[in-house]
Design a protein around this ligand. Structure first.
Ligand SMILES: Cc1cc2nc3c(=O)[nH]c(=O)nc-3n(C[C@H](O)[C@H](O)[C@H](O)COP(=O)(O)OP(=O)(O)OC[C@H]3O[C@@H](n4cnc5c(N)ncnc54)[C@H](O)[C@@H]3O)c2cc1C
Length: 417
């Protein structure tokens, strides 16, 4: 049943102890068999389920999640959305995502708070300005929006930054993408979950996949903490834990997993209405609607599954922010956390058959897969429904590590977002 709450309705619910809220999705027990089982209830898994049902007319779909929806990286990221990559294959993928984000709130009837406040990648020297000009040209040739800003343009958009000539990293200009910005990460997970549930997808939380049912070399389903579930095809979208699943499924992925940290400060008055990223330090920040500064930076150096960050990297990230905007030095940090991200050798995602018949993977998004959730789900759904790639996901198949057709976006992926 759909229930709409006005502001008065919210107040009334408060008075009666919040007993009238209806769940946004069902919590069914898993059935014995589905056409497709998706492992991982993050943004990519949930979006895949939604597009499988919506675009491919499938109804016997389950998403199995070991914890709670969005409890992985989808609920832990710094919410930057952009498509300022270098290669045409990447722009095709990430710009599809930005376009899907542009219509997403309406499509799933859930406000994902996509705010196109723009994104700037700063240049700190004349040499970096030269590279920035090339990137802007490449982005335009590939069909994404891009502009080269000089220092004065940057100052107009972000007066809080440090424009002194004696700054450690003086600002010479920036690559600007006006259609980039931020979104609300929880809302993306919850919105896709609610929309998928309404199309009949079973979303099963607290259900960990512990193995795959392999018969005659082909995967026929998954073993879980809630029993075996048979499936025509299995899609794995488990981000930082993709290699753990690969070991269970008998396939190999060229991935390393690292902790990536983020920080949010106390709420302060509006000082920043765009996103600024400094490639020299890897630090970046934006300001949330609640007033907190949302800060991100580089990976912790050592591969790990510990879902917390280490102090040397905290110091790197925060000193980078103070270099960018010394006026923020006395703002207090409110919270800090980490997620486990899966990084591929060319910093591009892996979408395709896993190498074990019947298992398909969507992973390798590293530090930048929140922006890719709509496109990742859209393309993975196409692959799972048809057993064959959509043209946009084909270059991201694992076979590129055999053919050598790598999509090296180490610079475009911007270290950390
Ligand atoms: C601190 C930080 C900042 C980031 N900032 C940005 C940013 O600004 N912009 C951007 O685009 N990206 C950013 N990212 C990256 C982005 O968050 C991820 O790439 C994206 O969320 C991946 O989504 P996902 O659905 O693939 O994975 P996840 O959201 O991690 O979901 C995977 C799910 O699989 C589940 N799972 C794992 N193992 C099993 C199992 N055995 N059985 C069942 N379920 C299992 C997990 O519990 C998890 O919920 C950031 C990441 C971090 C950590």
């Amino acid at each position: 049943m759909t229930r709409h709450f006005s502001a008065f309705g919210v107040f009334r619910e408060g008075l009666r102890g919040h007993k009238g809220w209806a769940p946004m999705w069902r919590s069914p027990a898993p059935k014995l068999k589905y056409d497709v089982v998706i492992v991982g209830g993050g943004g990519h898994g949930l979006a895949t389920a939604y597009y499988l049902a919506k675009n491919h007319g499938m109804s016997r779909i389950a998403v199995v999640e070991k914890g709670w929806l969005g409890g992985g990286n989808t609920g832990r990221n710094t919410t930057v959305i952009r498509s300022n990559y270098f290669y045409p294959e990447s722009t095709a993928l990430y710009d599809l995502s930005v376009r899907l984000y542009e219509g997403l709130s309406r499509d799933i009837n859930y406000n994902v708070m996509f705010s196109q406040r723009g994104m700037m990648v700063l240049s700190h020297s004349e040499a970096e300005m030269e590279i920035a000009a090339r990137t802007v040209n490449a982005m335009k040739l590939n069909g994404a929006d891009a502009e080269l800003l000089d220092a004065r343009d940057v100052q107009k958009k972000a007066p809080i930054l440090n424009y002194r000539d004696d700054a450690r990293y003086p600002i010479h200009g920036a690559i600007w993408q006006g259609r980039g910005g931020t979104g609300r990460h929880d809302a993306v997970a919850w919105g896709y979950a609610r929309a998928a549930d309404r199309l009949g997808v079973d979303i099963v939380q607290n259900c960990e996949v512990t193995g795959f049912l392999i018969e005659g070399g082909t995967c026929k389903g998954v073993e879980t903490t809630q029993g075996a579930i048979r499936a025509g095809r299995v899609g794995v979208a488990t981000a930082g834990h993709s290699s753990v699943l690969a070991q269970m499924g008998g396939y190999k992925l060229p991935l390393h997993s690292y902790a990536l940290q983020a920080f949010v400060t106390e709420a302060i008055k509006p000082v920043m209405d765009t996103v600024a990223f400094s490639p020299m330090t890897g630090s970046y920040f934006s300001q949330s609607d609640k007033g907190g500064l949302v800060i991100g930076g580089g990976l912790d150096r050592i591969p790990s599954y510990a879902q917390r960050g280490n102090t040397p990297e905290q110091e790197n990230v925060l000193s980078g922010i103070i270099d960018m905007a010394p006026a923020l030095a006395k703002v207090k940090l409110l919270r800090h956390w980490a997620g486990i991200v899966d990084v591929s050798p060319d910093s591009s995602p892996l979408i395709g058959p896993s190498g074990t018949d019947g298992i398909f993977v969507n992973c390798g998004w590293g530090t930048g897969g929140f922006k890719a959730i709509p496109a990742g789900g859209y393309l993975f759904a196409h692959l799972l429904a048809n057993g064959a790639h959509h043209e946009i996901s084909r270059p991201f198949d694992l076979n590129r590590f055999g053919t050598g057709a790598l999509i090296d976006e180490a610079a475009g992926s911007g270290i950390a977002h």
